[in-house]
Every structure is written in structure tokens, then in C-alpha cells.
Write a protein that binds this ligand. Structure first.
Ligand code: PGA
Ligand code: ZN
Length: 434
């Protein structure tokens, strides 16, 4: 049995230049591994608490020295000698030690850093890659990625209300070919934007953030880019939107502040999506199509469009098993976005994925807008075998790190590697028609 011998946290920077934690776990036999914690910007209200120092003299209050000290002090003391191969017992102890329902005392950043570092150390101890350590022999499905190539909403200074416009190369024969199709489309999009006189600088997640003029313009530009790159929209490459509508929801209505200034009731919002899908059948998934607090809106959206596309809950479910179970009972969404730091332990994250699987829901593993070079989510996606991930565009090192990790996994698995693109797409269509 390999025991936890030492935990050491360090305050490092994320991809936005904000502090976050790197946690190194050392086992009794000297094996060690490090995990780095991501950080979101458009967060759900019920996410586990990311502990920040609040000392304005350091990083504008965003320092994480208290969370660091919790790892190096109290947490280390409490889990010293724990079996590194028993993730469930470790994570349960971390939750109990914190003692709050949302990890507010020790910090979800401190707790997740420990949870993931120990998982990585355990994999290293068995001389296994993380995906095999978590997913076993059968973990061989490389997910279809969703590349966030165009940004609006609070991620861009433009007249676009919606946050993310993504492409997913579901028609590719293998992951590496899908990645190539996405990168080629990304470059074609740059040319399209450049020709129209738009700025081609990239935002936090590596997508372009030009000053576009309407909510449909990003879709038109992406469709043009897909064709220009030599691919067929709706067949080789499909579209995914994350409008992040919790950001638009004010006093019971959706306000399109950046485009036409319209106000839409929840029913009108759902009608809007219906109209958009009629015009653009290439769209096969919408994340947070209504706001986290709009419970009735979510039910209406699911009833109306749940048989037609994937409806992913992010801000509303916050990767929380209890909230997710209730949401399923209430007939909300048909897929969940999985973000480790929304809940704070690997065990609870895996539980959400399991709930999704048992209830016929999709599960899409996700990065945060603030990231590091940590690639654990790529391995988690292969281990979970749910077939989809979103981790930014085909630019910026912290996004590419994950996409490159899949290339390594694909290479390592050799003939055993399967690509989820067509599998998820076809399974989805069968479900919808059934
Ligand atoms: P976040 O945004 O990581 O900034 O919360 C991503 C999303 O809304 O999916
Ligand atoms: Zn989202």
C-alpha cells in the first residue's frame, strides 16, 4: 500500500495571470505527482467556493496563500498516511474536514488540488497513464472536442450577446484528423475575418473575439470558414453554442443588450432557439440555453427541443450530484457539463458522470476560462468514456496542452483507440428518433 507522505502547495499563475494552486503529492515510496487547479469567470452561483485571500495589496485580492496554507498545514496533517489508491476515502475525508456544504472553509481550489494530485500520484505509482488508472483497460474512447473558435457576450467587445461559438469535427475518422479539420477551419476563419476587416486577436479560450454586428453573424462566418477549409458543415463539422444566458437574465426576462436590445420572456427565448435551429440545422448542442435560475424555462426548453438537440446544463447543475439528480427528476436538460472545480473532488465529479450515464444524459468534460498546462481533464475524458469535451480553440498553450494530450493517448492506444465523433453523433440521432 502506498500512503500519502507529503503534500506541498505552491501559488502559481493561471492563463489569465491570476493566482491559482499547484499541489504536489509525494507517496511513502517516493513517487510524486503534481496537479494544477483551473478557475472560471462566468461561474454558476452554486459552485463550490474558490478561496481567495481578499488582500487587495496582492494580485488585487486574488491571492491564494490561505488556500496554499490549508494544503500545507491542516489538510496534510489530516490525510497523512492515507492510502493513495483509495480516492473515495480520501475525498470523503477532505469534504468532512472542510465541514461546509460548498467547501468554503478550506477552499475548493485547495481540496481539488489535493484530490487530483493524489489521483495522479496513484497512477504514477502503478506506472499507468491517468486515463488507464481511472478508467481501466476499457478506456479507449477519445472524445469529440468542441473548439471555441468565436467569442461574444462578456468574452468580447462586440454586438454579440452569446458567449461561445464552437465547432465539433464529428465526421472525422479519428481524433487526430478531427483536430486537423478544426485547426484548418480555425485558420480559414482567420482569413475570412481578416478579409472582412475584423480584428483577429484571440480571447481567454483561444477563440477570435472580433467586433461582430449581430448574433447570427458568428454562425455565418463559421459556416463559411468550414467550407473554405474544405469540409461540409452539418456532416464533417457541426456547431455548438454556449450562449451563457444566465448573464442575460434580468427580472425574469432575457435582455439582448449587445445586439438589438430586445427583451424576451422565457417562452420567447425558447422560440428564439427553435427558430435558430430551423435556420441552422448544423447546430447540434446548446449549453445554458436558459438561465440557471429559470427553472420553468429549463423545463420548457427541454420539452420543446430536448428531442432535437443536446441541451447541456452548466451553470444550473454546477457538477453537483445532488443538484443534478434533482434536475433530472424535474425534467431539465439532457446532458451535463462537467467541471472538476465546480464541485472540488474527483470522486464527486465521477459520481456526476455516473449519474449521467445511468439516466441516459450526455456528459461533456470541460476546462475553465482560466487554465494551466495541466492535462488531467483529457485523461478524465478518456477514462469517463462519454465522448465529448470542450477545452478551447486550437490556439493558446493551455488549451493546446489538452488537445496534444489526446494525440499522445491516441498514439499510445494504437489500434485500440476509438474516436467518439461518429459514435456520439449516431447514438444521439438514434435516441432522438426513438
Ligand atoms: P468559465 O466559462 O470557465 O469562465 O466559467 C466557461 C463556460 O461558461 O462554460
Ligand atoms: Zn458554460
Amino acid at each position: 500500500m502506498s500512503e500519502i507522505a507529503k503534500l506541498e502547495a505552491l501559488e502559481i499563475l493561471d492563463s489569465r495571470g491570476n493566482p491559482t494552486l499547484a499541489v504536489t503529492a509525494t507517496l511513502s515510496n517516493g513517487v510524486k505527482a503534481t496537479a494544477k487547479v483551473p478557475s472560471g469567470a462566468s461561474t454558476g452561483k452554486r459552485e463550490a467556493v474558490e478561496l481567495r485571500d481578499g488582500d487587495k495589496a496582492r494580485y488585487g485580492g486574488k491571492g491564494v496563500l490561505n488556500a496554499r496554507d490549508h494544503v500545507n498545514g491542516e489538510i496534510q496533517k489530516a490525510v497523512h498516511g492515507f492510502d493513495a489508491n483509495n480516492q473515495k476515502v480520501l475525498d470523503k475525508k477532505l469534504c468532512e474536514l472542510d465541514g461546509t456544504p460548498n467547501k468554503a472553509r478550506l477552499g475548493a481550489n485547495a481540496i481539488l488540488g489535493v484530490s487530483l494530485a493524489v489521483a495522479r500520484a496513484s497512477a504514477a505509482d502503478h506506472e499507468l497513464p491517468l486515463y488507464a488508472s481511472l478508467g481501466g483497460e476499457s478506456a479507449n474512447l477519445i472524445p469529440a472536442p468542441w473548439f471555441n473558435v468565436l467569442n461574444g457576450g462578456s468574452h468580447a467587445d462586440s454586438n454579440v450577446d452569446f458567449q461561445e461559438f464552437m465547432i465539433s469535427p464529428v465526421g472525422a475518422p479519428r481524433y487526430s484528423e478531427g483536430l486537423r479539420a478544426a485547426a484548418e477551419t480555425f485558420h480559414a476563419l482567420k482569413t475570412v475575418l481578416h478579409k472582412k476587416g475584423y480584428n483577429t486577436g484571440v480571447g481567454d479560450e483561444g477563440g477570435f473575439a472580433p467586433q461582430l454586428t449581430s448574433n447570427e453573424e458568428p454562425i455565418e462566418l463559421i459556416l463559411e470558414a468550414i467550407q473554405k477549409a474544405g469540409y461540409k458543415p452539418g456532416k464533417d463539422i457541426v456547431l455548438v453554442l454556449d450562449p451563457a444566458t444566465s448573464e442575460l437574465f434580468e427580472d425574469g426576462a432575457y435582455v439582448f443588450e449587445k445586439s438589438d436590445k430586445s427583451r424576451k420572456s422565457p417562452e420567447q427565448m425558447v422560440d428564439f432557439w427553435k427558430g435558430l435551429l430551423d435556420r441552422y440545422p448544423e447546430i447540434w448542442a446548446i449549453e445554458d440555453g436558459v438561465a440557471e435560475d429559470d427553472h420553468a424555462g429549463w423545463q420548457h426548453l427541454t420539452k420543446t427541443l430536448g428531442g432535437r438537440i443536446q441541451l447541456i446544463g452548466d451553470d444550473n447543475f454546477v457538477t453537483n450530484p445532488t443538484i443534478f439528480r434533482q434536475g433530472i427528476k424535474d425534467g431539465i436538460a439532457n446532458a451535463i457539463l462537467i467541471k472538476l472545480n465546480q464541485i472540488g473532488t474527483l470522486t464527486e465529479t465521477l459520481e456526476c458522470i455516473q449519474i449521467a450515464r445511468e439516466n441516459g444524459y450526455g456528459a461533456v468534460i470541460s476546462h475553465r476560462s482560466g487554465e494551466t498546462d495541466d492535462t488531467s481533464i483529457a485523461d478524465l475524458a478518456v477514462a469517463a468514456g462519454m465522448g465529448q469535451i470542450k477545452t478551447g480553440s486550437t490556439s493558446r498553450g493551455e488549451r493546446i496542452a489538452k488537445y496534444n494530450r489526446f494525440l499522445e493517448i491516441e498514439h499510445e492506444l494504437g489500434a485500440k483507440a476509438r474516436y467518439a465523433g461518429a459514435i456520439v453523433y449516431e447514438r444521439w440521432h438514434k435516441t432522438v428518433k426513438a
